[in-house]
Design a protein around this ligand. Structure first.
Ligand code: GDG
Length: 487
């Protein structure tokens, strides 16, 4: 197998002083028909959030590349040209991928941490794979971190890494950030491996969450499981040698690059694309929009039902409004996602069959990925944005919509159970389980006076311009600098 490194600029700057550890690297391997591996940069997501911090220091990113290997050790130099820093791969086998990622991460932790909306499975062989993979990540991080380096571990896939890494490298400063909700203790206690996961997290000097609610769930759990004395900012833990160590816990609500979204939305291309989209939808009075990964946590089903009922009961006149739902394919090997895909197709089919006319459908459903620029033009075209997850750590889509509304117009309907609701108080907030409440709120958003919409949007925009992703990254890293401390 030939590995071609396109446009490589090597950034070997050891010893590394900042190590990011995340399930995925910010690049993916693509294999051509002739077996040549090409590396492509994964746009958006965590990498754009961390990029400035990574460029400032001698940094390395440890993660999985997306390719499955049958060997244990691959040490292919991944082209740093695409990442903002050096990249180190943790190889995963097909079995590990199935049991650790699709299994323990997506079928146990994901549903459990999202209020058990789908039923979590508790299988010992999946847990064993999770432990094995977490060990591999910790070992890789331990290997590349320079003396006294700062390590930032990301998300639910790697909750054991902080403690494993501390054991291997007590000199490191370790931060952990959870991108999804942290569940109430009654739910967390279901987990047969609850003790081990909490011990894993408590290996960090700083544990960060999106919301104060998640912080208090975490601290309540530490108190319940270990009887540690907790205070609102953290707790002191005792390690196996009897030494006391401070673990700080805090809320760091993630955000977006607000200026970048604003700038894309202002381009003539985005504005023209928005006008064209409305025209193709039949120039209705209202365009409503949903943009989500096709995930059962996002509340896409009830949102479609609510809109369909509004058509059925005559609250929305046929032809006056079109609801466009973009649902990006995701986790297609997991059974709950396959079922959801069918359920949503059925709901859309019913809405179109019952309320469509020849040449015009009141619900348009696109189960496809789009370029970011296209998504922004959808935001720019939408009068009402529907973000109604049953539970969401933060939800960046809601923030992206606001950042893309440079005329201070448009209405955001937002679930109370998205982390973003803590900050975006001027959205039209809704209980995502309440079908009648969603219907009422959609109508309220559609019919709100322009002045009210502008007041709400202006206030949310000014919040987001101040609280952008750069502030998130620096506030976490600054808190990590101050955290820790041993007896
Ligand atoms: C997890 C947590 C937390 C979607 N479709 C396309 C596309 N997207 C982009 C959106 C947005 C991102 O994907 C989705 O982010 P969310 O935050 O809404 O949701 P999750 O994927 O579940 O993310 C979440 C987040 O981590 C960060 O901590 O907020 O709570 O669940 O940026 O725009 N982007 C492109 N094409 C698409 O078709 N380019």
């Amino acid at each position: 197998m030939e590995v071609r490194e396109e446009g490589i600029r090597t950034m070997e700057q050891e010893p590394y002083e900042l190590v990011v550890v995340a399930n995925r690297l910010p690049v993916a391997a693509e294999t051509d028909d002739d077996g040549t591996v090409r590396w492509v940069r994964s746009p958006g997501g965590l990498v754009s959030s961390l990029e400035p911090a990574l460029r400032r220091s001698r940094a390395v990113w440890v993660g999985w590349s997306g390719r499955v290997s049958s060997d244990d050790v691959i040490d292919v130099p991944i082209p740093s040209s695409m990442g903002p820093c050096a990249l180190r791969e943790v190889p995963l086998t097909a079995t590990q991928l199935e049991l650790y990622y699709e299994g323990f991460c997506n079928s146990t932790l994901w549903p459990l941490y999202h209020d058990a909306i789908a039923t979590p499975v508790y299988h010992r062989h999946m847990w064993d794979a999770y432990v094995e993979v977490n060990r591999a990540f910790a070992a890789r991080a331990a290997e590349v971190a320079g003396p006294g380096a700062t390590v930032w571990v990301h998300d639910s896939q790697l909750q054991l890494v902080p403690a494993l890494l501390r054991e291997m490298r007590p000199d490191l400063r370790i931060g952990f950030f959870l991108h999804i909700p942290f569940p109430p203790i009654e739910l967390f206690l279901q987990l047969p491996w609850r003790q081990a996961i909490m011990e894993g997290l408590l290996g960090a000097d700083l544990v960060g969450f999106h919301t104060p609610g998640a912080v208090s769930n975490f601290l309540a759990l530490a108190n319940r499981l270990f009887d540690y004395d907790v205070d609102p900012d953290g707790l002191e833990v005792v390690d196996h040698t009897g030494r006391r160590r401070r673990v700080t816990a805090g809320a760091f609500p993630i955000s977006i690059d607000t200026r970048e979204y604003d700038a894309i939305a202002r381009t003539p291309e985005a504005q023209d694309a928005a006008v064209e989209l409305r025209r193709r939808l039949g120039n209705p009075r209202w365009v409503l929009l949903g943009v989500d990964r096709l995930d059962y946590t996002k509340g896409i089903d009830l949102r479609i039902k609510a809109f369909t009922e509004l058509l059925a009961d005559g609250s929305i006149e046929p032809g006056s409004a079109v609801f466009l739902q973009v649902a990006t394919p995701t986790r297609e090997n997991v059974e709950d996602y396959q079922r959801l895909r069918d359920e949503i197709a059925l709901l859309v089919g019913r809405a179109v069959g019952d309320h469509g006319v020849i040449g015009a459908a009141p619900v348009q459903y696109l189960h496809q990925p789009f370029e970011r620029e296209a998504i922004v033009s959808f935001y720019a075209a939408a009068d009402v944005m529907l973000v109604t997850p049953y539970r969401d750590g933060m939800n960046l889509v809601s923030k992206e919509y606001v950042a893309s509304r440079m005329r201070d117009d448009g209405a955001l309907v937002l679930s109370e159970f998205a982390g973003a609701a803590v900050e975006l108080r001027d959205a039209f907030l809704v209980n995502p389980y309440d079908a009648d409440g969603i219907k009422r709120t959609i109508l309220q958003a559609m019919n709100a006076p322009q002045a009210e919409l502008q007041r709400r949007m202006r206030s949310m925009r000014s919040w987001l311009f101040e609280h952008d992703v750069h502030r998130w990254t620096s506030s976490f890293l600054e808190a990590l600098e101050k955290a820790g401390g041993q007896e």
